[in-house]
Design a protein around this ligand. Structure first.
Ligand code: NAP
Ligand code: MG
Length: 493
């Protein structure tokens, strides 16, 4: 590892107080620490500091100070953009060590970790380029008035991110906030935050002033709860579970603080009889097994038109059986899930279905030779499944696909929209009119037609409907989310 990613330094060391809390440009530790476990092996990677309420409070104060009295509040949009672009370049320079860290911390295949780091760099580049181009408006009004609508930062923004794509989530969340001139406080997930710490180091190296970016590692129910309940935060962004999303919203509501929530989904991939079945099946398998199924937008339900159930299921079976599972260095199709808790949660859901007799289309055996302490789960496809069964309703967040059958477009829409979630949908058909009808009727934030996902999709506004959350990230919508407007009305004779 090179020195630029030495933030992992303190994690890897035997230090009693790993220096993983960044406040006003200074790294510090806390009296208690949290072990960091490699999901691929179950072995220790060191520990991070368990930041408490007082650390969160100090981080919020540092962010506020950076805006009101520090250098960050005076930095022009041009310079903010340049800093973000510099950070993007720095991240690309450090692509390999950052990818190694991300892969070790999350257990994901190295190729995926590299793609994640490229997406992280792209976030900084995209929002760096936009920092001085997202401005306000002038409204023609009565001729004696000059009316401008100015885009202004919100102030201190709080970012609570999950462990599934730590680097990407960091980029998605903090880069639009920084582009708009906010000062940020990040609470990464306790299960995977090493890349976030390394990036915070790189940000200081490229010249982000103290207090612009503050990081408090810790437990969700301590540091995360303290951050979402802090009275001097101006926006909380949260990605994670519905349950915690509601807690964050309740805490923030006490101070009338707006919240951006991204809470996962049970996204449908809808396959019509005229689709390219082979291409659709390959995409369906990839979208539920990439990152071991731990992707908010995973296509976890495949809806198959009855007339093509047999050939399509054969494609699915072949696709699943061809997958390789391995440690990050194997660059297999998927690795372990994040921790023992998620492993047993997913396994329990699978075993309950098996015991109830939910039909199993196919399942993969774990290969021999995987590290015994790793948190591996064999991918499985249930089907045909009753659309109302809980395995077809609840987010599993593992490599578990449900195959459902429909007769016609109306039934496809009823099933697709028949969960509490509404994040993403995939539509597979060659009929252009049908594409348009279906895209209009699915209640989701993103629709993919004859494809699913778009790499990092940094340019593409993303977010949920219904229980999948509210607010939008990515694209220029992310800049709107991270700012507000001030209307200035100037009367003149
Ligand atoms: P989670 O508890 O919702 O964690 C997400 C983030 O929130 C983490 O940074 C977590 O910190 C923090 N957090 C936890 N409790 C908090 C609280 N009371 N107040 C403020 N922040 C808090 O998710 P999880 O337990 O890791 O995973 C459980 C399920 O959530 C998964 O099975 C999946 O269904 C869903 N999930 C969805 C996404 C997504 O991308 N939409 C991502 C992750 C999980 P700590 O990690 O330090 O506790
Ligand atoms: Mg870890």
């Amino acid at each position: 590892m090179t020195t630029t990613v030495q933030r992992a330094h303190t994690i890897g060391s035997e230090s009693a107080q790993p220096q993983t809390i960044l406040i006003a440009g200074q790294w510090s530790g806390a009296t208690a620490s949290i072990p960091v476990i490699a999901p691929a092996t179950g072995q220790s990677l060191g520990s991070i500091s368990r930041g408490r309420t007082q650390d969160v409070d100090a981080a919020v104060k540092a962010a506020r100070h950076a805006l009101n009295a520090g250098e960050w509040g005076t930095v022009t949009p041009e310079v903010r953009g340049r800093l973000l672009v510099s950070l993007s370049r720095k991240v690309l320079e450090q692509l390999e060590p950052l990818a190694q860290i991300e892969a070790a911390d999350t257990g994901k295949p190295l190729a995926l970790a590299r793609a994640d780091i490229r997406a992280l760099a792209r976030y900084f580049e995209y929002y760096g380029g936009a920092a001085d181009k997202f401005h306000g408006d002038v409204i023609p009004f009565d001729s004696r008035y000059n009316v401008s609508v100015q885009r202004v930062p919100l102030g201190v923004t709080a970012h609570i991110i999950p462990w599934n794509y730590p680097a990407q989530m960091l980029g998605r969340s903090i880069s639009p906030a920084l582009a708009m001139g906010n000062a940020v406080v990040l609470k990464p997930a306790e299960d995977a935050c090493m890349s976030c710490l390394a990036v915070a180091d790189l940000a200081a190296q490229v010249g982000f002033p103290p207090g612009a970016i503050n990081v408090v590692t810790g437990l969700g129910e301590e540091a995360g709860a303290a951050l979402s309940a802090h009275p001097d935060v101006n926006l909380v962004t949260f990605t994670g579970s519905c349950e915690v999303g509601a807690l964050v919203q309740i805490a923030a509501a006490k101070h009338h603080v707006p919240v951006t929530l991204e809470l996962g989904g049970k996204s449908p991939q809808i396959v019509f009889e005229d689709a390219d079945l082979q291409a659709a099946a390959a995409s369906v398998i990839k979208s539920i097994t990439q990152n071991a199924g731990q992707t908010c937008s995973a296509g976890s339900r495949v809806l198959i038109q009855r007339s093509v159930v047999e050939p399509f299921m054969a494609h699915l079976t072949r696709g699943l059986q061809a997958l390789r599972i391995g440690v990050p260095e194997d660059d297999a199709d998927l690795g372990p899930v994040i921790n023992a808790r998620q492993q047993s949660r997913i396994t329990r859901m699978i075993e309950e279905c098996r015991a109830e007799g939910v039909p199993i289309l196919t399942e993969l055996e774990l290969p021999v030779g995987l590290p015994p302490g790793g948190f591996y789960v064999s991918p499985i496809i249930f089907g045909p499944v009753d659309p109302h069964h809980r395995i077809a309703q609840e987010e599993v967040f593992g490599p578990v696909l449900c195959a459902l059958i429909f007769e016609d477009e109306d039934e496809a829409i009823e099933i697709a929209n028949g969960t509490d979630y509404g994040l993403v949908a995939g539509i597979w058909t060659k009929d252009g009119d049908r594409m348009a009808r279906m895209a209009k009727k699915v209640h989701v934030g993103q629709v993919f037609i004859n494809c699913y996902g778009a790499g990092g999709g940094v340019e593409l506004p993303f977010g949920g409907m219904k229980h999948s959350g509210h607010g939008r990230e990515k694209g220029l919508a992310g800049l709107e989310e991270m700012s507000t407007t001030k209307t200035v009305v100037h009367f003149h004779q």
